[in-house]
Design a protein around this ligand. Structure first.
Ligand code: SF4
Ligand code: SF4
Length: 482
């Protein structure tokens, strides 16, 4: 008789039930009483099918236990000891992989000098002052980039403007949008636009333009005055809060065609997440707020250390509970980190690569070099070609071969890998000097946060399944557009 053995899953509780997050398939599976009992029996002792039937003979009859075993075998939560467990397999995506998002660095200059900025601070990898890249993208390069995007994309293309401070090159941004709209219509593709800005340069005509053109806007802002002014300062050291707050309020008042989100960089000095969230949603009026820990080497004083990650997790959990209560009562809540993870869980996302960089997403530098992503734009590290000559497929394929999850030994045993897959390449480059290493310094945080999001997913599957079903409807809508 072959003995049963547990396979790879993460067990969590929600809504008074056991749930499994099945690692190879990235599916969530709710357990009823017999499947829970079988799973515990198999996890605790070495038993054959009939051994499990015998062990559970009190509470459950034999056909119920056998059906539960069959169900767990089917979803690969258990298997037979003699049969090898599944390992991540190195299957490369089909090439050429369509480009979905092009991030255009229209300038590498900024009118702020945020202490922690990867582009200007001590962690920068691109020399924006003395390097060979132009400080501003020329209109001709931007238009060539549009042609490149339309050549390389599928039916739908996303064009994101980035910097430095994006709005320092507003004239090029404006003409690029008009050109891209016209060219996309000519070649029968759909295109949409977004940008990230520090908001310092917003003024009525820019706001009107963004609203009229349905440009998605993300504002980099760190919270109330005392937090914003700690790091987000002008070159003379003056804080930026008093400059940006009224401009953002005006943007939110006028630009109603797309939800506008805030993106907060967390440091060891600015970790009061609930306070930041309240300020940005209630005082300023943002619809959504997303948080990301600062990317930096560990010796920076503002780097988030181990205790900081614990504190951050506690705060994320508190705000996530509030999200759950709101959404259970069918009310909006703008903590976008939870929503984004719930969407990935719901869609069964299982990543071979941590993000779209180098695959569906590429960055373009001011001179038209194509890079792994916007954070590498202009650096010689991971240059993927130019907008004139196209993507160097050999470089791209070699990158994808070297960075597959199957080659990240620590990750290949981790239950959180379908969603994490080793984390941001740029962060790994800054921390460890290579994009190939997983970000093992934050695994506890990632697993803790993923567990929280799974619990919320389980709760919502009982309390408001329609909220989760919305992700399917949005996907169906996007597919119809394709
Ligand atoms: S980086 Fe850490 S948390 Fe992420 S998949 Fe690898 S081992 Fe897991
Ligand atoms: S590598 Fe990092 S910065 Fe670049 S797209 Fe991926 S997550 Fe973002």
């Amino acid at each position: 008789m072959m003995a049963l053995a547990r396979r790879e899953f993460h067990l969590f509780q929600a809504a008074g039930k056991d749930f499994l997050y099945l690692v190879p398939s990235a599916a969530v599976f709710a357990l009823d009483a017999p499947t829970s009992a079988v799973l515990r029996a198999v996890s605790e002792s070495t038993l054959s099918d009939e051994g499990v039937v015998g062990a559970l003979a009190g509470p459950f009859d034999a056909p119920t236990v056998r059906a539960a075993i069959a169900e767990l075998l089917e979803v690969r939560a258990i298997g037979y000891e003699q049969q090898p467990a599944e390992q991540p397999v190195r299957v490369l995506p089909m090439m050429p992989f369509p480009l979905t998002t092009m991030v255009l660095n229209v300038t590498n200059q900024c009118n702020l000098a945020c202490t922690y900025c990867y582009e200007y601070g001590e962690d920068k990898i691109v020399d924006t002052e003395n390097g060979k890249q132009s400080k501003f993208m020329a209109e001709s390069t931007a238009l060539e980039s549009v042609e490149f995007l339309l050549r390389e994309s599928g039916r739908v293309a996303h064009l994101t403007f980035f910097g430095g401070e994006t709005l320092l090159n507003f004239p090029v941004l404006k003409s690029t949008i008009a050109y891209a709209r016209r060219r996309a219509a000519e070649v029968g593709k759909e295109i949409d636009f977004s940008l990230t800005t520090n908001a310092t340069l917003l003024k009525p005509e820019i706001i009107e333009f963004l609203a009229e053109n349905r440009v998605g806007v993300t504002i980099s802002i760190d919270g109330p005055r005392e937090m914003q002014d700690k790091f987000r300062v002008f070159h003379n050291g003056a804080g930026s809060y008093d400059v940006v707050a009224p401009k953002i309020k005006e943007l939110l008042r006028v630009h109603r065609s797309r939800p506008i989100g805030a993106r907060v960089t967390l440091t060891s000095d600015t970790l009061d997440i609930t306070k930041i969230y309240r300020h940005l949603t209630e005082e300023i009026g943002f619809w959504e707020v997303g948080f990301a820990p600062v990317t930096t080497s560990p010796n920076q004083q503002y780097a988030i250390g181990e205790r900081g990650f614990d504190r951050m997790l506690g705060q994320f959990r508190a705000l996530a509970s509030e999200f759950l209560e709101h959404v259970s009562a069918n009310k909006h809540h703008g903590f976008s980190n939870v929503k984004d993870t719930l969407e990935e869980v719901h869609k069964g996302v299982s990543k071979a690569y941590p993000c779209g960089a180098g695959l569906g997403l590429l960055g373009v530098s001011t001179d038209g070099d194509v890079a792994l992503c916007h954070r590498f734009a202009g650096s010689d590290a991971h240059k993927f070609g130019t907008v004139r000559d196209g993507i160097d497929r050999d470089v791209q394929t070699a990158f994808l071969q070297q960075h597959h999850i199957a080659d990240k030994t620590d990750c290949s045993k981790c239950w959180a890998r379908p969603l994490c897959s080793g984390g941001c390449y740029h962060e790994a480059h800054v921390r460890y000097g290579t994009t190939r290493r997983p970000n093992l310094h934050y695994c506890e945080w990632i697993r803790g946060w993923t567990d929280t999001c799974l619990q919320i997913y389980g709760e919502l599957s009982e309390r408001n399944p329609d909220f989760l079903a919305r992700f399917d409807r949005e996907e169906a809508k996007a597919e119809t557009a394709l």
